[in-house]
Design a protein around this ligand. Structure first.
Ligand SMILES: [Zn+2]
Length: 471
C-alpha cells in the first residue's frame, strides 16, 4: 500500500498524539491526601530508626533457635511469637493449627570409600528415606543435570549412586534457583525409577564453602522416593576430579524419623481497622525454618520485617481504615502447608482480602516494587511506588507472584505485591548451617520495615480497590 507524503505525515502526527495521550494515561498516579502522605513519611522514618523488627528476629533465632516444621521447636516458636506480639500490643492474636506430615534427620553422613578414602560434607534432603542400617555403598555415576539423568538408561543407573553436578547461577532476582532446584525435587524419584541406590546432588546454592544446602524433595514428607542428600560445593568438586581419574565408590548413610501427623500452625495478629475491620491487608512471613541453621535469613528476617512494620502502623495516632493482619505461617519449608491451610480456612473471606504480601527472600534491601493489580488499579501502584522512591525502590512490572505462602491467593482473586529484595547473596546462606543472625544488617532490614509499613498503611488507609479492572 502507498501513501502520499501529506497523508503519511498526518498519520505519524496522529500516531504521536495518540502515543502522548496513552503515555499520559498510562502514568496516571492516584492522589494521596496530605495527612496520609505525612503519616507515610512518619512511617518511613520510623522504619529506618526501628528497633522492634531487628529485636524480633534476634530473639526468635536466639531464644527458640531452629524451627523445623512439625517439631517441638516450631511449637515453641508459636508460643514465643504470640507472647511477643501481645507484649507489642497487637490485637486478635491467635494460632490457627493444622496437621502436617513430619520428617526429620537423625543421621546423615557420606564418605568416599575408594580410591581415596575421605569424609564428605553432606546433608540429607527433606523427604529422604533412610538407607539400610550401615548405609549404601556403591559406585558413583555423574550427570551434568537432571535432563541427562532422565535420558540415561536403567542399565547404567541401576545399583549406582547417582550424582548430579549442576551448578546454580547467581542472580539478583534469584531466578537461578528455579532451574537449579529441579534436581533437588526430582533426583530421588528418577533415580529410584531407574533402579539406582541413592541420589547425591551438588548443593542448590551459590557459595563455595564447605557446607551443604538442604531443602525439600518433590514428594510429601512421609512418602519418600529414596535416599537423597546434597553435597557441599568443595566436595562436589572433589568427587568430580576423582571421577575424571576413574571409578569412585561412595558410602551414604541416612537415617530419618517420620510421623504421618504432627502439629503446625499459623500465628496471626492484627492492627484492627477503625472503619472497615473486616477488610484485610495481609503481610506475612514464615515462622518455620530448616534445622541446620537458626533460620535468621530464611525467614526470621521476614517475620522481623512484617512485625516491625505492623507495629509502626499501630503506633500512629489512629488505626488505618482497614485491618492490617500479620500472618507468621507455619510449615512453609515442607511444601507451603501453612499457606494452603490459610487459604482453605479463610476461603469465604477472600473477597475481603484487599492486598497480600510476604517477605521471604532474606534481609537485603528492596530494590523494586512489583504488583499484581487489575489494570484499572495501576494508578494506585504508581502512587505507592512514588512514596517508596526515597528508599531507593524503583517501580516494576505488574506480574508479581507475592511470595510462597500467598502464591495461591492471586488465583483466588487477591491482589498481591512483591517488594523485591536483592537476592545476590541469598543463596549463599539458604538452607545451610550458616543461616544465622549475624548475617543480618540492621540498616538493610530497616529499609524493608520502612517500605512494608508505608505500603501496608497506604493500602489500609486509602479507599483503593486493587482488583479494579478499568480506570
Ligand atoms: Zn523461606
Amino acid at each position: 500500500m502507498k501513501f502520499g507524503r501529506t497523508a503519511l505525515m498526518r498519520r505519524s502526527w496522529l500516531a504521536s498524539l495518540w502515543l502522548l495521550a496513552s503515555v499520559a494515561q498510562a502514568q496516571d498516579v492516584a492522589d494521596i491526601p496530605d495527612a496520609v502522605r505525612e503519616n507515610v513519611e512518619l512511617l518511613i522514618q520510623g522504619g529506618l530508626d526501628d528497633t522492634v523488627g531487628y529485636a524480633f528476629v534476634r530473639d526468635l533465632t536466639t531464644e527458640v533457635g531452629p524451627r523445623l516444621a512439625g517439631s517441638e521447636a516450631e511449637e515453641r516458636a508459636r508460643s514465643w511469637s504470640t507472647q511477643e506480639l501481645a507484649e507489642l500490643g497487637f490485637q486478635n492474636i491467635r494460632v490457627e493449627p493444622f496437621p502436617i506430615p513430619y520428617w526429620s534427620r537423625r543421621v546423615d553422613r557420606a564418605s568416599i570409600v575408594s580410591p581415596a578414602p575421605q569424609d564428605m560434607v553432606i546433608t540429607a534432603l527433606g523427604g529422604s528415606t533412610s538407607t539400610p542400617p550401615g548405609g549404601v555403598e556403591a559406585e558413583v555415576i555423574r550427570f551434568e543435570n537432571m535432563n541427562e539423568l532422565r535420558a540415561a538408561s536403567s542399565d547404567v543407573v541401576s545399583n549406582k549412586i547417582v550424582f548430579i553436578d549442576e551448578k546454580m547461577t547467581r542472580t539478583q532476582d534469584g531466578s537461578g534457583y528455579g532451574m537449579a532446584v529441579r534436581k533437588r525435587r526430582n533426583c530421588a524419584l528418577t533415580t529410584s525409577q531407574k533402579g539406582g541406590a541413592a541420589c547425591l546432588i551438588r548443593s542448590v546454592g551459590t557459595q563455595q564453602r564447605r557446607f551443604a544446602h538442604t531443602g525439600m524433595m518433590f514428594r510429601s514428607a512421609v512418602v519418600g522416593d529414596g535416599p537423597a542428600a546434597a553435597v557441599s560445593p568443595p566436595d562436589a568438586d572433589q568427587l568430580t576430579r576423582l571421577l575424571e581419574k576413574g571409578p569412585v565408590k561412595v558410602r551414604l548413610e541416612v537415617e530419618v524419623e517420620t510421623q504421618p501427623e504432627a502439629p503446625s500452625g499459623n500465628v496471626i495478629a492484627e492492627v484492627v481497622g477503625r472503619e472497615r475491620p473486616e477488610e484485610i491487608v495481609l503481610i506475612g512471613c514464615h515462622l518455620d525454618s530448616w534445622d541446620l541453621g537458626t533460620g535468621a535469613v530464611d525467614d526470621g528476617a521476614g517475620c522481623g520485617i512484617v512485625v516491625g512494620a505492623a507495629q509502626l502502623i499501630m503506633s500512629l495516632d489512629e488505626a488505618p481504615r482497614r485491618t492490617v493482619r500479620v500472618v507468621l505461617y507455619g510449615a512453609e519449608e515442607v511444601g507451603l502447608l501453612g499457606g494452603y491451610a490459610y487459604a482453605e480456612r479463610h476461603a469465604d473471606e477472600m473477597d475481603n482480602h484487599i492486598l497480600a504480601a510476604e517477605s521471604d527472600f532474606g534481609a537485603d534491601k528492596i530494590w523494586r516494587f512489583e504488583t499484581r493489580f487489575g489494570e484499572g488499579a495501576l494508578p494506585y501502584a504508581r502512587a505507592i511506588q512514588r512514596m517508596l522512591e526515597p528508599l531507593g525502590i524503583s517501580p516494576s512490572h505488574n506480574l508479581a507472584s507475592g511470595g510462597p505462602d500467598i502464591s495461591m491467593l492471586p488465583r483466588l482473586g487477591v491482589p498481591v505485591v512483591t517488594p523485591r529484595q536483592n537476592g545476590w547473596d541469598y543463596f549463599d546462606l539458604h538452607h545451610t548451617p550458616d543461616d544465622t543472625f549475624d548475617k543480618i544488617d540492621r540498616d538493610k532490614l530497616n529499609q524493608n520495615i520502612a517500605a512494608y509499613a508505608a505500603f501496608a498503611y497506604l493500602a489500609a488507609e486509602m479507599d483503593w480497590d486493587f482488583r479494579k479492572l478499568t480506570p
